[in-house]
Design a protein around this ligand. Structure first.
Ligand code: C2E
Ligand code: CA
Ligand code: CA
Length: 403
């Protein structure tokens, strides 16, 4: 017991009885540094003074003065870096939605607990090592367009690759390219901290071109090694505004020696609506050049159905918001089911993003999805790490799937 690092825990619940119960359970589990708050506003005040006052917050969702959702919003504002566990006596859906919301605020959500809380579950959440913990992220801050431009020009962008794996066989059928910025001082900066800026300041073309060129060079290396991996690159709607984009992509492919049908461009449907005609022109010409098109984040946009009819996609990626936890959430499952049905009828390959655990994997396989991508299989990795992972995966795959 003495090995346990002293985790500072904030317990927030307006019911004194629940507070006492949880406090007792925590002490039994060996957690001694527990501060209990009947009023969320008091806890907030403590965090306003020192955001590192807690390593972990157990937060009741229903509270009279400041409810859990509002509290989560404040935690995001304070860039709270500790863990968050949501606790609720309401139905499962509300707990799920609240968890999703907190994750969307980039909080480190450890999970949700249903009241009455079982000591077992509580212990599991608190003791779970940060499995698959993301690599240390650069501090959240925004970057000026000038800095982003320099990063592109100075070659500070690096591609990470995340495998896409066939659910039936475990075969690696492709990778998705995900760009990161290797910042000399800040460390690894993630795309959510510069893509939008790049789009807003006409830098996205230069960015995409740099990412694409690197991805195609890498694809060529893989092909030369005897791995004809299909490489996917994300394109922004703003890339689909310049009419010479297809010619640029075609030329880059030719320069790399990678066959056109080994490249897939992932297009986010929520941004497909603006400039519809130009985009349609460009997408159709890309397809005429046998470049693959994938509809990304399916289910989150507004015009998905019309886009599916108009644009010659070959692949449909179901958004991770519906995939992860689908086994426990009938509404998500229904949406996945409908998306898969649509993909099947239109002859598209289906890809489930956000397959984070075995339950997600089994669920997607049972539902007949073609391909899975997510932390359960592997996190995005630099090319050399991917190569080692791939060799290792193939060894185990033979055992798991019979070759
Ligand atoms: P996306 O296209 O939806 O990419 C998938 C994101 O989900 C990636 O985040 C990936 O690391 C993450 N992810 C993968 N597996 C899992 C999982 O099991 N669970 C969870 N929770 N997340 C998972 P990342 O790398 O931070 O990229 C964020 C977004 O930035 C991407 O979302 C994409 O829209 C954009 N992006 C990345 N690279 C580029 C690029 O080169 N160009 C453009 N225009 N956008 C890019
Ligand atoms: Ca994508
Ligand atoms: Ca996505």
């Amino acid at each position: 017991m003495s090995e346990r690092p002293a985790m500072k825990i904030f317990l927030i619940d307006d019911e004194p009885f629940a507070l006492r119960m949880l406090g007792h359970q925590l002490r039994t589990l060996g957690f001694t540094e527990v501060a209990s708050f009947e009023r969320a506003s008091d806890a907030l005040e403590a965090l306003e003074r020192d955001v590192a006052a807690a390593d972990m917050i157990l937060l009741d969702l229903q509270m009279p003065d400041l409810d859990g959702i509002e509290f989560v919003r404040h935690l995001a504002r304070l860039s709270f870096g500790g863990g968050v566990i949501l606790v609720s006596g309401e139905d499962e859906r509300i707990l799920q939605t609240a968890t999703t919301l907190a994750k969307a605020h980039a909080l480190n959500v450890r999970g949700g607990l249903h009241k009455p809380v079982s000591p077992d579950q509580l212990g599991k959440l608190l003791n779970a090592p940060q499995v698959n913990a993301p690599p240390a992220r650069a501090p959240r801050k925004s970057y000026t367009p000038e800095l982003i431009q320099q990063a592109i020009a100075n070659g500070h962008l690096v591609n990470y690759y995340q495998p896409k794996v066939e659910l039936a066989t475990g075969r690696v059928v492709g990778v998705e390219t995900l760009v990161r910025w290797q910042h000399p001082e800040d460390g690894l900066v993630f795309p959510d901290q510069f893509i939008t800026q790049a789009e807003e300041h006409q830098l996205i073309d230069a960015l995409t071109r740099a990412v694409l060129a690197m991805a195609l060079r890498q694809a060529r290396t893989w092909h030369d090694m005897g791995h004809p991996i299909t490489v996917a690159v994300n394109v922004s709607m703003d890339n689909l505004a310049s009419l010479d984009f297809p010619d640029f992509v075609d030329a880059a492919l030719r320069a790399s020696g990678v066959p056109n049908d080994r490249l897939v461009l992932e297009v986010t449907e929520s941004r497909l609506m603006t400039n519809a005609l130009t985009a349609l022109d460009i997408l159709t010409r890309l397809r005429l050049k046998h470049i693959g098109l994938s509809i990304d984040d399916f289910g989150t946009g507004h015009s998905s159905l019309a886009q599916l009819r108009n644009i010659p996609f070959i692949e449909l990626k179901i958004d991770r918001g519906f995939v992860h936890g689908a086994d426990r959430d009938p509404a998500s499952r229904a949406i996945v089911e409908a998306s898969l049905g649509m993909a099947r009828q239109l002859g598209l390959r289906s890809v489930a993003e956000g397959v984070e655990d075995r339950a997600d994997w089994e669920q997607m396989r049972e539902m007949g999805c073609d391909v899975a991508q997510g932390y359960f299989i592997a996190r995005p990795m630099p090319a050399d790490v991917f190569d080692r992972w791939h060799a290792d995966w193939d060894t185990h795959r033979a055992l798991l799937f019979g070759g």
